[in-house]
Design a protein around this ligand. Structure first.
Ligand code: GDP
Length: 363
């Protein structure tokens, strides 16, 4: 072989050093290299100054599934709590493709023009299964996302619906402490997450399409009943006429529902999120709703009911988890299950035995 350098297209040029593929801290055997304990005071101060990085970190802490993060997260929430509650919380639902992101972007920008600061959070039932996320795609809501008066957070991606709803509520507290005065909670209108969202928000907006038919759009009657406002989106171009007809049809359908205890009569409007049309009317409706419910006390009453509902729900979840994770109960349950299958005992009797065993010594 000659001494000449070996000529190959694969030759590595000098000058650019290939970075180490293994994190150097790991090489040194430091296992916890990436997990610096968050400084709660600093996070809190950052959030109060509306620093998006601090707010993002705070929400990450809340979303953390690590048990060791829970006390720190709780501490942060407690610190933010006195500064929360002053926003308007707006739930938006509709099937995928109806235009939720487009609508939130256009409407969010309109609200910013009106002097508001806008945060967007999401509850995504599909992400509960796939760990994907509806707001995960960064190209969505780009101009809103880049605005200094907006904060967009992709959906929390793990856990049960109840767990995600709780984290969203807690994230909302942080957003409020950071001075955001309108908080959008986006969810996909396929049924299960609407109830969770309606327990988090002041106003529920349902986006629909003309001509899809309720069933095609996967919208159940229950969801229509929850809506404070229905907006037929994509009312533009060839679709405008159909949208106008749909408005009339849905108005009639809504009038068949019993009126709401808060005195509000849900209405149907049309809009084009893409052409920025009909959005002022949507805001006018929301303003009327706020005026009415703040005056007649239902705004506050709704929030109080939500708080009590959360108390209830959290206790239910806590007790259920405690019961099902109890080793003795698990053991007894296994044997009783066999007896049920062998028809030696009824499921009612078995549950009574389990409950009395569980409650023994707890009185
Ligand atoms: P999402 O899945 O509900 O968030 O829907 P997107 O906001 O991603 O919108 C789905 C598609 O509908 C996109 O191609 C949008 O450009 C389009 N779109 C959204 N709003 C409108 C609208 O008002 N008019 C028309 N013509 N298209 C729209």
């Amino acid at each position: 072989m000659s001494d000449k350098p070996y000529k190959s297209a694969l030759k590595v040029n000098p000058g650019v050093e290939k970075p180490d593929q293994v994190n150097p801290a790991l090489r040194q055997g430091k296992k916890k290299f990436a997990r610096e304990k968050p400084d709660v005071q600093k996070l809190f101060e950052g959030i109060r100054k509306s620093d998006p990085t601090a707010l993002g970190r705070g929400i990450t802490l809340i979303e953390s599934t690590l048990q060791e993060d829970r006390p720190t997260a709780q501490q942060l929430i407690q610190m933010c709590l006195p500064y929360s509650g002053n926003s308007f919380r707006l739930g938006i639902t509709g099937v995928p493709g109806v235009g939720k992101s487009t609508f939130i972007e256009s409407f969010g920008l309109l609200l910013i023009e009106k002097g508001k600061r806008v945060a967007v959070l999401a509850i995504d039932p599909s992400s509960l299964r796939t760990k994907g996320s509806i707001l995960g795609d960064k190209t969505r809501m780009e101009s809103l996302g880049n605005h200094r008066d907006a904060f967009i957070r992709p959906s929390a991606s793990a856990g049960t619906l109840g767990g995600v709803a709780r984290k969203t509520r807690e994230s909302m507290i942080l957003c409020e402490a950071a001075g955001f005065d309108v908080i959008f909670i986006e969810t996909v209108g396929v049924g299960q997450s609407e109830t969770a969202v309606s327990n988090l928000v002041d106003f529920f907006l349902l986006l629909m399409l003309a001509g899809g038919g309720d069933e095609l759009q996967g919208i159940k009657r229950g969801i229509m009943e929850m809506a404070d406002l229905v907006v037929i989106n994509k009312a533009d171009g060839d679709n405008l006429k159909r949208a106008q007809m749909a408005v009339q049809e849905y108005k009639q359908a809504l009038h068949l529902f019993p009126s709401l205890p808060n005195g509000w009569q849900p209405d149907v409007l049309k809009a084009s999120a893409i052409q920025n049309e009909g959005l002022e009317e949507v805001w006018n409706q929301i303003s009327s709703f706020l005026n009415l419910t703040k005056e007649n006390g239902f705004f506050e009453k709704n929030r109080q009911q939500q708080a009590l509902h959360i108390l209830d729900e959290t206790i239910h979840t806590g007790i259920t988890e405690h019961f099902f994770n109890h080793p003795e109960i698990n053991q007894l349950m296994e044997s009783l299950k066999h007896q049920i299958l062998e028809k030696k005992i009824s499921p009612y009797e078995a549950s009574e035995q389990l409950l009395s065993h569980y409650l023994k010594g707890k009185k």
